[in-house]
Design a protein around this ligand. Structure first.
Ligand code: NAP
Length: 307
């Protein structure tokens, strides 16, 4: 894109402030031209509390980046597309698969860009891992994604409400990497989901896929956090650590960087390219695995959870 394109951030909360604002500020492609949020704002940036008012009053902003939780996101995305704006969706891209298909069709009909982002796919070592696995025979793979929900979602009750996806909110990041790096797709064959007795979504999940692929998601890990994917192949052992940011082959670091701060800048670079080409990028394969786990999984009740 020539020069900077105006973008509005909608839903100013943890991820908007932690990642989107700094990524836009450092980008040669984007200017943060407005925010829309009922309570949040970014100092120095024109702030709206109502999305319809923003769409009516700021026709000069062609792109919106939606950072609110998945359940309310569809209405904002649909309104934005109907108003002729290109749309970037935080992950997971929606509350249901069908609503994201509907947005994809609307964007296509209107010649607009829809980008369902997966920030973990932009982690430093994901592309090298994909390249290394391209000609490998996969014998087995295991995901360990264990983090502390109180640290990453402080007081965010929506993660435990219907549509909040529970531990799949971070787990879908692992699945976004898995679906990116494996040379052949896998499908879920079994799942066990642990629901706190006072909550609507799982706090832990153990998944089994075709091809000897397994996953262990848990939101109760205090202390050091674990975001690892280990793959056993005919070429040797691949390990992705730090959420896809560090690649080890046979126990030795070979690529990547131990920081998560490279992911969102690359998402905004990709969005700039998509808008320039009037293309969309909507891959729902990580969310299909979550939907399948919710459909097929056996359910166990576990201790009540309070923030
Ligand atoms: P959050 O801070 O709880 O929510 C972001 C903002 O969305 C809130 O501050 C709120 O702003 C707005 N919002 C909340 N409920 C809304 C509703 N019903 N209608 C309209 N706006 C609403 O959540 P977050 O952690 O930023 O996560 C948001 C998304 O980013 C999720 O999909 C999550 O998976 C993804 N994400 C989060 C992280 C993380 O570390 N937390 C990392 C990567 C991706 P106002 O009240 O001001 O309107």
């Amino acid at each position: 894109m020539a020069g900077k394109t105006k973008v509005a951030l909608v839903g100013i909360g943890k991820i908007a402030l932690d990642q989107h604002v700094p990524a836009i500020a450092a980008s040669p492609d984007w200017e943060l031209a407005a925010t829309v949020s009922r309570k949040g704002n970014v100092p120095g940036i024109p702030a709206f509390t109502d999305f319809a008012a923003f769409l009516a009053e700021r026709p000069d902003v062609p792109v919106v980046s939606l950072c609110m939780p998945p359940v309310p996101r569809f209405d904002y995305a649909e309104a934005a597309l109907l108003a002729g704006r290109h749309v970037m969706l935080e992950k997971p891209p929606g509350a249901t698969l069908a609503e994201v298909h509907a947005l994809e069709a609307l964007a296509r009909d209107r010649g607009l860009t829809l980008f369902a982002t997966w920030h973990s796919r932009m982690a430093h070592a994901v592309a090298p891992a994909r390249a290394w696995l391209k000609d490998a025979t996969i014998k087995s793979a295991h995901i360990t994604w264990r983090e502390d929900v109180r640290k990453w979602h402080p007081g965010q009750d929506w993660v435990f409400e219907p549509g909040g996806m529970g531990v799949f909110d971070p787990g879908i990041n692992a699945l976004s990497i898995l679906t990116e790096i494996l040379p052949k797709p896998v499908h879920l064959t079994r799942a066990r989901l642990e629901f706190p007795e006072n909550r609507q979504t799982p706090i832990a999940a153990q998944l089994t896929f075709s091809g000897n692929v397994t996953a262990d998601f848990d939101w109760r890990q205090e202390g050091p956090q674990t975001w690892d994917i280990a793959v056993t192949t005919d070429k040797g052992e691949l390990a992705l650590r730090m959420g896809g940011n560090v690649l080890e082959i046979d126990g030795k670091p070979v690529a990547g960087e131990n920081t998560i701060m490279g992911e969102y800048p690359l998402l905004y670079t990709r969005m700039a390219d998509l808008v320039a080409a009037r293309q969309s990028d909507v891959d729902l394969s990580p969310m299909v695995h979550v939907a399948d786990a919710m459909t097929l999984g056996e359910r166990a009740s576990t201790a009540a959870f309070h923030f």
